[in-house]
Design a binder for this molecule. Structure first.
Ligand code: S6P
Ligand code: ZN
Length: 212
């Protein structure tokens, strides 16, 4: 009925509906982060990064003069993390990658600081992407053990268990981690009392040596 010229145009109401639909879709669209499964590298716009150099790790290794003899800028490890909810919030999950360089401080392998979770019951998964190393675990009775890490090994870190990783190979050890957002980190206890054993190169072999 004389509508042929505007039959394909939209009425103002239809236009508002179309705009609303567009806005709804736009507000629901989160850009996911990406995990490079060859390198472990995370990419996306919500990734946080931290680095630890040999200078940052004073007091960590058994042989501090050997640490001081190294270039202070030597990168021991860096961490990328995806924290989709605020740290400490109950019910969320975090994701991260750690890149641990190969190297020795005296006879002790390059390693992470290691920590307990502030909420001791909180567990964690590690998945090795590249390199070889050891996941060092210490229970509440200060009994220390380790699990060998190599590409594609999956490690469950139970609650109430301090954890640290050492690189026993000659290339970067990269591993993914997933942990609860309310786990928190207690570094103070390890800084004060350490693990009960250290992973040292003894006769060329990674060996857990009890602290005397
Ligand atoms: C977090 C998880 C890892 C470590 C990372 C560095 O719960 O265990 O992302 O933070 O491997 O180790 P550290 O001991 O310096 O935090
Ligand atoms: Zn942890």
């Amino acid at each position: 009925m004389g509508h042929s010229s505007d039959s394909r145009s939209t009425s103002p109401i239809q236009r508002v509906e179309a705009d609303l639909e567009h806005k709804t879709v736009a507000s629901m669209l989160n850009t996911p982060i990406e995990v490079n499964l060859t390198t472990g590298e995370l990419s996306g716009d919500r990734i946080e990064s931290a680095a630890r150099t040999i200078a940052d790790l004073k007091g960590l290794f058994r042989d501090d003069p050997a640490r001081q003899a190294l270039d202070p800028n030597t990168l021991v490890y860096r961490v990328q993390a995806f924290l989709p909810v605020p740290e400490g919030e109950e019910g969320g999950m975090f994701w991260g990658t750690t890149f641990l360089s190969p190297g020795l401080v005296g006879d002790e392998y390059f390693m992470t600081k290691g920590h307990h979770h502030l909420q001791r019951s909180r567990a964690e998964f590690y998945l090795t992407i590249t390199g070889t190393g050891a996941l060092i675990l210490m229970d509440e009775k200060r009994h220390t053990t380790f699990e060998p890490m190599r590409p594609h090994t999956l490690h469950y870190i139970p609650g109430h268990t301090a954890h640290r990783v050492a690189n026993t190979g000659d290339s970067v050890l990269a591993f993914l981690a997933a942990w609860p957002s309310d786990a928190g980190h207690d570094y103070g206890t390890i800084a004060r009392v350490g693990f009960s054993a250290r992973l040292r190169k003894v006769g060329g072999i990674p060996t857990l040596v009890e602290e005397s």
